[in-house]
Design a protein around this ligand. Structure first.
Ligand SMILES: Cc1cc2nc3c(=O)[nH]c(=O)nc-3n(C[C@H](O)[C@H](O)[C@H](O)COP(=O)(O)OP(=O)(O)OC[C@H]3O[C@@H](n4cnc5c(N)ncnc54)[C@H](O)[C@@H]3O)c2cc1C
Ligand code: SF4
Length: 527
């Protein structure tokens, strides 16, 4: 029996001895103005949840690894906690990536070393067994059982110190929800998160200034550097070299106007669900399902007004979840942030908005996330993604279910008013949800966002329904693999980073010909 890894308050709060690599092996693409050629065993494209674990494991396994990342390297000292300053630096398009369709949805992505893990909320869930069962049954991913994946989950969770938010850091915003859930007897709990020394400063989405959030830039990438890997930042992969049905190298452009050629026999694409399909098309991959099957976990936020101070900017923003309705495709998860966040997420205008913001101290917010059955598509225009996604009626009804549940929770917790993001529904007052209950909620009436794009280069046994095979290899071209959110065959119903990292770790172990890491410690508890 392997050792047990603590996941309680001490593990969560303890920030001592962070891993610091002897050297930051970063080459800034902005400084590369000419043609450069180098050789490696493997080139990894993208440094987020998929690319970073693969790069680290392969480098530790003795391979010469080169990573290409379009974004830049940021240290925690550069994070000011001000959304207006950080979003243009850390997010692609300043956080304004939008879907075309009904309703249009904001779909923010990170662009930096660490990818979207740099700006995510740090919530960690293993893949639900019912999802793995579906992948085995419908997609032929026979090996993906909870037992097979368990050692890889344990390894990822140890690398990231996944531990549970203590009540003392969860913030009053979450305590309001917990109070309501306890009164109603609904299932939920404090989140497990990838942190080391979290102080509950509440700005995870704008770069963690204390370096507590264990995003891949300070965990996996740092360890990859320690094993000799190099990251080229400001460097965008644009093409592939191949001969005789085998990969021979990657071509890239640098921010300095230069060109880079990485000679290698293996390429791992982890550019993310939206950027991997255009890149694979440039690489010559021709699959009828490439770019299709996009799921996004559409989400929205409910705001309540209470008679007590909430101060939702204090504490961990995503510290609590309610999974009472997970079986119906609805998760309720914490969402909070500084006053700027509250201002943009309040679906009111003019004098009413002003009046609500003047009472910001007593505002509470919580999120509804839908495990979508709607599917979108990523098209390529000039090599860049264009995202088409229409929310279906079934998912709109799931939203309604989630919004009514949150209203009920807030009433149980003692809220005076509840504001739901549905056009035409007035502010709900005095425990009365009937205006929402009676109101139709067509997709076009919802104000929503999405944070988890998945599924555009899905894995599967059937070549007609998948882009990569069950080993995450692109068919028809040996040496090319994909290991980011795009390979997920379906929506997960939970936040995806641990699933993506686990499949990437497993891919690296398979490429190295290694057995599963059975020695990894078992977590004391896990979600
Ligand atoms: C605000 C927010 C909060 C979230 N919170 C959570 C959470 O709490 N828990 C959770 O599990 N998930 C969360 N997520 C989602 C999670 O972070 C992502 O699902 C995950 O990071 C996706 O991993 P990936 O490897 O597919 O892509 P990414 O992590 O996005 O990495 C892709 C990288 O590839 C780079 N790239 C793209 N194209 C190229 C190219 N041509 N050349 C070189 N580099 C390229 C990009 O710049 C990027 O850095 C959140 C997302 C957002 C936006
Ligand atoms: S709550 Fe603050 S300290 Fe904790 S992970 Fe988020 S930004 Fe970092």
């Amino acid at each position: 029996m392997s050792a047990v890894r603590p996941t309680g308050e001490e593990a969560y709060r303890n920030g001592a001895n962070p891993f610091v690599p002897a050297a930051h092996r970063v080459v800034a693409g902005s400084r590369l103005t000419r043609r450069h050629v180098l050789s490696a065993d493997v080139c990894v494209i993208g440094s987020g949840a998929g690319g970073a674990p693969a790069a680290k494991e392969l480098a530790e396994g003795g391979m010469r690894v080169v990573m290409l990342e379009e974004g830049e390297w940021w240290s925690s000292d550069a994070f000011t906690a001000r959304p207006r300053e950080m979003m243009p630096r850390l997010y692609r398009e300043g956080g304004h990536t939008v879907t075309l369709g009904t309703p249009p949805l904001l779909l923010p992505l990170g662009k930096a070393i660490g990818g979207t893990t740099l700006i995510n909320s740090g919530t960690c869930f293993r893949t639900p067994p019912r999802v793995l069962e579906r992948w085995r049954r419908e997609d032929g991913l026979q090996e993906l059982t909870p037992e097979e994946l368990d050692p890889y989950f344990r390894r990822v969770e140890r690398e990231l110190n996944v531990s549970r938010v203590p009540a003392s850091l969860a913030g009053h915003n979450c305590e309001v929800i917990r109070r309501g859930a306890e009164r109603l007897g609904w299932s939920g709990g404090y989140m497990y998160r990838n942190v080391r020394g979290c102080i509950g400063s509440g700005v995870c989405a704008y770069g963690c200034p204390s370096g507590a959030k264990q995003h891949t830039g300070i965990t996996y990438i740092a360890r990859a550097w320690a094993s000799g890997a190099t990251t080229f930042t400001g460097t965008r992969a644009t093409g592939l070299e191949s001969a005789g049905g085998h990969v021979r190298g990657v071509l890239a452009r640098t921010a300095g106007g230069g060109r880079l050629r990485v000679r290698c026999e293996r390429v791992i694409v982890a550019a993310g669900t939206l950027h991997t399909p255009p890149l694979l098309r440039r690489f010559g991959v021709r699959s009828a399902v490439l770019g299709r099957g996009l799921s996004i976990h559409p989400a929205t936020v409910v705001r309540a007004r209470l008679d007590e101070d909430v101060n939702l900017w204090d504490g961990v923003p995503q510290s609590y979840y309610i999974d009472e309705f997970a079986g119906e495709g609805v998760m309720l998860e914490g969402i909070a942030g500084p006053p700027d966040y509250l201002a943009v997420s309040t679906p009111r205008r003019g004098a009413e908005h002003r009046e609500l913001m003047l009472d910001a101290r007593r505002a509470a917010t919580f999120g509804v996330m839908v495990s979508d059955s709607s599917r979108g598509r990523v098209l390529s225009v000039g090599g860049r993604p264009v995202i088409r996604y229409d929310l279906g009626e079934v998912d709109a009804q799931r939203f309604k279910r989630g919004l009514l549940a949150l209203a009920e929770l807030y009433w149980a917790a003692g809220a005076r008013e509840v504001i739901v993001p549905v056009q035409g529904v007035p502010t709900l007052r005095d425990g009365d949800s009937r205006p929402l209950q009676r109101h139709p909620v067509p997709p076009a009436s919802l104000k929503a966002m999405a944070f988890h794009p998945l599924g555009t280069a899905r894995a599967g046994a059937d070549p007609a329904r998948s882009v990569v095979d069950p080993d995450l290899a692109v068919r028809g071209l040996s040496g090319l693999h994909v290991c980011d959110g795009s390979v997920m065959p379906s929506s997960l119903g939970v936040n995806p980073q641990i699933t993506i990292m686990t499949l990437a770790t497993r891919l690296a172990f398979n490429l190295l010909g290694r057995k599963a890491p059975e020695h990894e410690p078992h977590p004391e508890h896990i979600a």
